[in-house]
Design a protein around this ligand. Sequence first.
Ligand code: NDP
Length: 455
Amino acid sequence: MPYQLRNLPPSEKDYKQEFMKELTLKNPGETEFHQAVEEVVDSVIPFILENPKYYHGKILERLVEPDRIISFRVCWEDDKGEIQVNKGFRVQFNNAIGPYKGGLRFHPSVSQSVLKFLGFEQIFKNSLTTLPLGGGKGGSDFDPKGKSNREIMRFCQSYMTELSKHIGENTDIPAGDIGVGAREVSYLYGQYKRLNNKFVGVLTGKGIEYGGSKIRTEATGYGLIYFCQNVLSHIGEDFNGKECIISGSGNVAQFASKKLIELGAKVITLSDSTGFIHVPEGLSSEHLKFVSELKLERKGLAEFSKKFGHEFIPGKKPWHIKADLAFPCATQNEITEDDAITMVNNGVRGVFEGANMPTTAQATKIFLDNKLLFGPGKAANAGGVAISGLEMTQNSMRMSWNEQDVDEKLKQIMAEIHRSCVKYGEEKDFVNYVKGANIAGFIKVAEAMLAYGVY
Ligand code: NDP
């Protein structure tokens, strides 16, 4: 049944129940998407009911329906000459405040539901950055693991052959995500350029030599730590001597670790899809260099243990290790309710999401009920897309800013995101950063949508 016109706003509980029921009916089986929407709805519905113009404008109902979803076949030939077929997607979710912007994920778990959850989150995240960026996300169920460089190149070229019809420097500007790093972005960009005979900023995360921005590679990890630094300083604390557990060992985890070490914290774990390493005395820059090389070769963390002799715990996540702060930087739903209970009992004081939606809804509730400092991904990991936005600016201006300038801008943006979260999330003796991020992200997009009229 379509959403009905309601003259009088219902109660908060009725609105939420009715809204989630209809969302689930209209988007069957898309559990990740339902989860991402429910988290936003929890914070935003009370605000909408206090400001009925958003209710009568049906902003929430319109926001959860993507502008369009492009779904296509990606055929490519492997090194044995065999034809392979993958699914390709681009979800163009909302361009109310700027062109669609969001990464591409290449991973076997990619589905329409996963990309809709990521694209939906991206709308709010991009709005929080203060930059004119809409929300989108794309990817494929292609698994880059175990593929040769040539296979990855042929896949990227085939994927871009279709995607190029739908993107543009003022329309939709993809970037990297899981499984899409500098190498993949370069193959994708090379193919776009070849097909369109244009050198424009249609992708971000490009190599420095061909239009990339300084600090883009580091931006998500650094931004995460700058955001956390703002949270700590809000309560009069800093990183000095704090023990940190991190999951993941890819782009975000590596640069978050680097910045934490620089700021005086101790990083005692990293993980990957095979298990985690535990280094009680804290990782060194030599350790990080090794992890970075290991991951470029797409090898597992057991190799780290072989090289340095530190403990590798196969098949497990690091959440039972005692620490002050936790930074999930691998993938969605990696902190469950049980993990959250263990972390609270272990005295963890803050959790900052480097990954997108790494904490389940039940685990988030436990963190908030126990008044942990909890930085949701849409605020805490927005540094990456923010510098992507600045890469677009530099491309348009045909200029390249230096490292210090970009780093300074990143710090300013993360501080501004923190301020917005506090503005809308401050409660009696606690800042609810989830509520703050959702409402602050929502307002700008909602105002633009109201201004455009019914569409
Ligand atoms: P990478 O591909 O560089 O690294 C991902 C890491 O997570 C790897 O260590 C990988 O292990 C691990 N991982 C992936 N899937 C699983 C799984 N199912 N179980 C356990 N471990 C897993 O990706 P990024 O660092 O770029 O991204 C990490 C997270 O950060 C994602 O949620 C992404 O959406 C989010 N993010 C990234 C941004 C960016 O700029 N890159 C921006 C904002 C958010 P293995 O090495 O074994 O594959």
